[in-house]
Design a binder for this molecule. Structure first.
Ligand code: GTP
Ligand code: MG
Length: 734
């Protein structure tokens, strides 16, 4: 197997290139810090097994951040056959600095000049031949989006692995630095333990890092080679620092930049056009002191509105498809001889439960589609910028808001994304706040309960839940920051604002399909399994008498505790909470099981009623035509969407019209005049309560058991308090 590592600055298209070559589904996004742990993709090419390793993007190889440690440790320890250094060709000077650092590792290396498409548009010129010879490596121009240069890059990489040559880069540092490195190298030879280490890592790297007194390296030397640094190289360092009158890191950094500038001066000509011009103009509006936050708010409102309005017709269609079409034909398989429990398992447990979850696939599709546009356009870093002032109040900076926006999609990557933050306490604080962001899995729950209780105001209600999540997160943050564990100094915000880009449709579609696909997969695996267990617990011991089932008993036990929240007068809602730990969507599936439990009778009725009248072909045609109409309605809904409509008060008929079986069954949960308030309180609880186990797993992996225990406790107390407040304060106004 050929191991090829992709290394480069953040946001240069490493993951996008890997996806384009290997056909993988790594996450890409137009901001720095999308990939924070190393990811792999494998495939076959010309009879060889190839493994790509996607390393986190880094600006340097210092010992200060997790990503930099991951990247350099990987290249040193795992010995990839070749390192591909990915460069943003429209930003050569900054990118090549890392190239200099990577060269110090003395591994086989080639370069991909990515963003070839933009490079051309900008009319930049590069003398490739000279560039290659000065850099001492092969260089290939690529575009991950336009898919150019991909095979050439792969072939070049493989070729390098085939003819293994001694690597001997010519470092062209100043003479003094060169001499200093040389002296260190000589001393390494005289110290047994260091000689050992130099066999594993390159001696240039070892020498330079010893000169820099690099903390991470000294730790490795101590742990793995039993070498403890006293003051062996202090004299050499001091001499260098004295002549340059600067600390050693600056001395070396300036030397590297010197080399880069020299290479570019000989090979590169820019045009006056800068790709940042247009982005700057856009930013003057989007990052405006007064307009910035309102525009952010409008974007989120517009996004949620489009998600809801656009998906509604399709949800109706899927609902009909599952119940009337699949339900009808599955129902036909059930006859008098089928045991009652089996019929109930199939119709209520699986078709009813899983069907209830699958119905919301269009909702997820739209959510992921619009999120992908947000992520690819370059707006994400701007959000960090806009939220900086608020986050500073928490002792964090705006960067901490990026994981939180990612949390709108899924909390798991949000937890990992905290790795981009500078210190442990900021990471902890952000990770404790992230679960309050409303992830995609909560959306079906809102979808169901808003349709049942709020009709046309659904979009607005859901919007309020998103905002509530943010508000609760920040409030909790304000409390937590007073504890030592979460206190951090509040560093200044240092982020890169990538240029705005029109997202590539292929990238958007791919990301949408991948994420929706994993929703569907989840629905048919873990959710289906859990729903079968839940079915059994609601069917037994009294064979279908749901309200006397195990689940009902369980729900009823906790009703008193949760009474102040207002939704607990129905045991169904109480019982739905613990299983939601497996996946939040289960709430919907469970409601569909326990509330709409006349599925069998319906199917039987439909069976007797219509089976004779319509043929399979007719039914299928009807579904296909229905889909066509739904797609058309959805497009109309999005294109005619106006934000005003979201805030308009719906009339009563509108609510009833859209009722499907599950929605109307859900509406029967509460019929008193506090019903909408109870429903809202329930949604708030589901929003804020302990997230799914996968998220807990991620928190445990990143922060350990104790911290996870703390988060779980907090996520039981906070929803209880907030839901109670919502209900008790709300009822004063009803
Ligand atoms: N026009 C154009 N866009 C590209 C190209 N390569 C990547 N992109 C876009 O650039 C952005 C960054 O790509 P990623 O693959 O996420 O970058 P990365 O290097 O993995 O970034 P990190 O994971 O943050 O280190 C995405 O929006 C991509 O769609 C390219 O060749 N041309
Ligand atoms: Mg990446």
């Amino acid at each position: 197997m050929i191991k090829i590592a992709f290394a480069g600055n953040p946001n240069v298209g490493k993951s996008a290139l890997i996806n384009s070559i290997a056909g993988s589904d790594l996450k890409v996004g137009n901001w720095a810090g999308v990939t924070v742990e190393k990811k792999e993709a494998e495939f076959d090419y010309k009879g060889e097994r190839i493994q790509f390793i996607d390393l986190p993007g880094v600006y340097s190889l210092s010992p200060y951040t997790l990503e930099e440690k991951i990247t350099r440790d990987f290249i040193i320890n795992e010995n990839p056959d070749v390192v591909i250094n990915i460069i943003d060709s429209t930003n050569l000077e900054r990118n090549l600095y890392l190239t200099m650092l990577l060269k110090e590792l003395e591994k086989p290396m080639i370069m991909a000049l990515n963003f070839g498409d933009e490079f051309e548009k900008l009319n930049y010129k590069l003398d490739m031949k000279k560039f290659e010879s000065l850099l001492e490596m092969k260089v290939v121009m690529t575009s991950a989006v336009k898919r150019t240069g991909l095979t050439e890059l792969l072939d070049t990489a493989i070729e390098i692995t085939k003819n293994k040559q001694e690597i001997d880069y010519n470092f062209v540092f100043d003479k003094e630095i060169q001499d200093a490195i040389h002296t260190v190298k000589c001393r390494i030879q005289t110290e047994e333990k260091l000689t050992q280490a130099s066999k594993k890592m390159s001696s240039s790297f070892l020498a330079i890092k010893l000169l820099e007194k690099d903390a991470h390296l000294l730790e490795i030397l101590k742990n793995e080679y039993n070498y403890i640094y006293e003051d062996e190289f202090d004299d050499i360092r001091d001499a260098l620092e004295d002549t340059h009158d600067e600390d050693i890191e600056t001395v070396l950094a300036e030397a590297r930049y010197g080399i880069v500038k020299g290479i570019l001066a000989k090979t590169f000509t820019t045009s006056i056009k800068s790709r940042l011009d247009l982005s700057d103009k856009i930013d003057r509006i989007l990052l405006n002191k007064y307009l910035g936050l309102p525009i952010f708010f409008l974007i989120i409102v517009g996004l949620m509105g489009s998600v809801f309005n656009g998906s509604a017709p399709l949800i109706d269609w899927v609902d009909g498809f599952v119940n009337n079409y699949i339900g009808k034909y599955v129902g036909m398989l059930i006859d008098q001889n089928t045991p009652a429990w089996l019929a109930s398992l199939v119709m209520d447990g699986i078709l009813g439960g899983v069907g209830g979850v699958v119905v919301f696939v269009p909702l997820m599709l739209f959510l992921y589609f619009f999120l992908a546009i947000l992520e690819e356009s370059g707006y994400m870093s701007r959000v960090a910028f806009l939220m900086d002032r608020i986050m500073t109040k928490l002792g964090l900076n705006g960067k901490a808001f990026v994981p939180m926006v990612l949390g709108f999609g899924c909390t798991v990557p949000a937890i990992y994304a905290t790795r981009t933050l500078e210190d442990e306490s900021s990471r902890r604080l952000t990770a404790a706040m992230a679960p309050f962001m409303s992830c995609g899995a909560r959306l079906p729950v809102y979808g169901l309960f808003t349709a049942a209780f709020f009709g046309g105001k659904a979009g607005l209600i859901v919007m309020s839940l998103y905002v509530l999540g943010i508000v609760v997160a920040i409030s909790v943050g304000l409390i937590l920051k007073n504890f030592k564990m979460f206190k951090s100094e509040g560093r200044a915000l240092l982020i890169e604002l990538p240029p705005y880009r029109v997202p590539s449709l292929r990238v958007i579609v791919r990301s949408t399909v991948t994420r929706t696909g994993s929703y569907l997969k989840k629905a048919t695996t873990i959710i289906m399994g859990m729903l079968m267990v839940l079915w059994a617990l609601t069917y037994f011991p009294n064979n279908g008498d749901t309200s006397n089932s195990y689940m009902a008993k369980f729900g009823k036990t906790f009703q008193t505790v949760l009474k102040p929240t207002g939704f607990a007068n129905r045991w169904e809602t109480v019982a739905a909470i613990p299983p939601s730990l497996a996946a939040k969507e289960i709430v919907v599936g469970f409601m569909s099981q326990v509330l709409d439990s006349n599925g069998i009778d319906e199917a039987a009725a439909a069976n007797a009623d219509s089976a004779t009248k319509t043929t399979f072909a007719q039914d299928t045609l009807e579904q296909v035509l229905g889909l066509g109409v739904a797609v058309k309605d959805s497009i109309v809904a999005i294109s005619s969407f106006d934000i005003k409509g979201l805030f308009a008060v719906p009339d009563a008929t509108e609510i009833d019209e859209e009722a499907t079986g599950l929605v109307s069954a859900t509406r029967m949960l509460w019929t008193d005049n506090l019903a909408p308030l109870r429903a809202y309180s329930f949604m708030v609880f589901i929003l804020l309560v302990v997230p799914c186990v996968v998220t807990l797993g991620a928190i445990k992996q990143e922060f350990g058991y104790k911290f996870t225990g703390f988060v779980v406790t907090m996520l039981l107390v906070v929803p209880y308090i907030v839901s109670t407040l919502v209900f008790q304060v709300g009822r004063l106004f009803f």
